[in-house]
Design a protein around this ligand. Structure first.
Ligand SMILES: [Zn+2]
Length: 257
């Protein structure tokens, strides 16, 4: 069978359009969703439906500060920070993701956490003058053992997304101690008292600091650093975290199966 010139042209146009649609689809559908395996468009790691289903804290009545929730306010009676912004309680899938990130080097989670934290912060720091981002450091020995500091990786990603000034060398952990799991609150506080220092490698600290950590459990580590920062003249500290460990009685509004 012979194709005439017009039919051949139409056929080629049809094929070109089909290919173009396929290429566009492949471009937007970067990968499949971690939780439901559907195509992802909102983020390479999660689909829009699963993002909307995440057990995130609601800030609707909290004026951008989790400390305005009485249950959280009571958790940190002697705090040295003014604002707490946290994505979610330390429950699934965040507990699983944070362990995977920390102990199984799932670095693709860095961008997911930064993406969600950026949504949480929205643009509230973009117009804050005299403001910098700091990350809770780990001891150099632990950094060498693990090969990375997960909080530093998130801070690097957040720095770009939110256009923040990240002072990555401002804080140093000088006391090397193994995991503090199982230690009493009092013992943790004693050990933490001299665990951190502010280095001379950064310019003068700004009035406003955003202190990033991956998880807050008792808040002792965070508070120790905040106290140091306040001694150095910092006036307002926002603690920013991926997850917060909450007592079980406060988890009734979250999907915890
Ligand atoms: Zn999904």
């Amino acid at each position: 069978m012979e194709l005439d010139q017009a039919s051949l042209t139409n056929y080629l146009v049809f094929i070109t359009r089909k290919l173009s649609k396929l290429v566009n689809k492949a471009h937007f559908a970067l990968s499949e969703c971690e939780l439901c395996q559907n195509e992802t468009f909102a983020h390479p790691f999660l689909c829009e439906h699963c993002i909307n289903d995440l057990p995130l804290f609601s800030y609707r009545l909290l004026h951008n500060n989790l400390l305005n929730w009485p249950a959280v306010d009571k958790l940190f009676p002697n705090r040295e920070f003014e604002q707490l912004l946290c994505l979610a309680p330390y429950i699934a899938p965040f507990d699983h993701w944070l362990r995977q990130f920390k102990y199984h080097q799932r670095f693709e989670l860095t961008d997911l956490f930064a993406f969600l934290l950026e949504r949480l912060c929205e643009s509230q720091f973009k117009h804050t003058n005299n403001c910098a981002l700091l990350a809770v450091p780990i001891h150099i020995k632990k950094w060498q053992q693990r090969g990375f500091n997960q909080t530093h990786l998130i801070a690097k990603a957040l720095e770009k997304k939110c256009n923040l000034d990240y002072l990555e060398n401002a804080l140093r952990r000088v006391d090397f101690s193994d995991s503090q799991v199982g230690q009493s609150g009092k013992l943790r506080r004693v050990r933490l008292k001299n665990a951190f220092e502010i280095t001379n490698q950064s310019p003068q600290l700004p009035d406003n600091v955003i202190l990033l950590d991956d998880v807050i459990t008792t808040g002792s580590t965070t508070n120790t650093i905040c106290r140091l920062l306040k001694e150095k003249g910092v006036k307002h500290i926002t603690v920013l975290t991926v997850a917060l460990t909450l007592p079980k009685k406060h988890l009734i509004n979250f999907n915890t199966q």
